[in-house]
Design a protein. Structure first.
Lengths: 115, 116
């Protein structure tokens, strides 16, 4: 079975542009998480969904960030307008409430660079 | 609120030797799960080992084992027979599932370098 798929793997954009990151969770998983990783702040949870419904978006840094999950197999994280401080690695992870340890499986990440 | 603390930002070990990475945590929940994730230079987050708080027996996965001290809220990772491929950042993580809350809280990580 394929793992969590993220695209693109690398994104370089100019300040002010819109950026869209994409994620396909593991088939059958009912939880989807978006994380941001930076040297300064480590791994931060931005938002997570259960059965396509946003449950907690308290980690979303500001209104420039938005996330959607239109169906069980696809989610997007959008930044508009982007700023240099948004440069980070963005991870998507998925999980299933039936897993015995509630573990999360991560995608390969998207490295975003905003110049 | 739950917290995870990794007090060793960096460690190094010689190939074939044993190394222990430390992790302490805090949670008010009685039911929780602990994890160690490995992040090699490829940046992929790989689940290494997991432990349920209700289980007293320490988890083991091949060369990786944990020392789970529930009263002390300590969850250390031991890597035996270290290999060059073990060079990575290691993150300790905690989740306390309750209701629909499945947040993972991560420590800051320990960068492990295995030297030939």
């Amino acid at each position: 079975d394929a793992g969590v798929i993220q695209s693109p793997r690398h994104e370089v954009t100019e300040m002010g542009q819109e950026v869209t990151l994409r994620c396909k969770p593991i088939s059958g998983h009912d939880y989807l998480f978006w994380y941001r990783q930076t040297m300064m702040r480590g791994l931060e949870l931005l938002i997570y969904f259960n059965n396509n419904v946003p449950i907690d978006d308290s980690g979303m840094p500001e209104d420039r960030f938005s996330a959607k999950m239109p169906n069980a197999s696809f989610s997007t994280l959008k930044i508009q307008p982007s700023e240099p401080r948004d440069s980070a690695v963005y991870f998507c992870a998925s999980s299933l409430v039936g897993l015995p340890y509630y573990e999360q499986y991560f995608g390969p990440g998207t490295r975003l660079t905003v110049t | 609120a739950q917290t995870v603390t990794q007090s060793q930002p960096e460690m190094s070990v010689q190939e074939a030797e044993t190394v222990t990475l430390s992790c302490t945590y805090d949670t008010s929940e009685s039911n929780y799960y602990l994890f160690w994730y490995k992040q090699p230079p490829s940046r992929q987050m790989i689940l290494v080992i997991r432990q349920e708080a209700y289980k007293q027996q320490n988890a083991t996965e091949n060369r990786f084992s944990v020392n789970f001290q529930k009263a002390a809220k300590s969850f250390s990772l031991k890597i035996s027979d270290s290999q060059l491929g073990d060079t990575a950042m290691y993150f300790c993580a905690l989740t306390s599932p309750g209701g629909s809350n499945y947040k993972l809280t991560f420590g800051k990580g320990t960068l492990l370098t295995v030297n030939p």
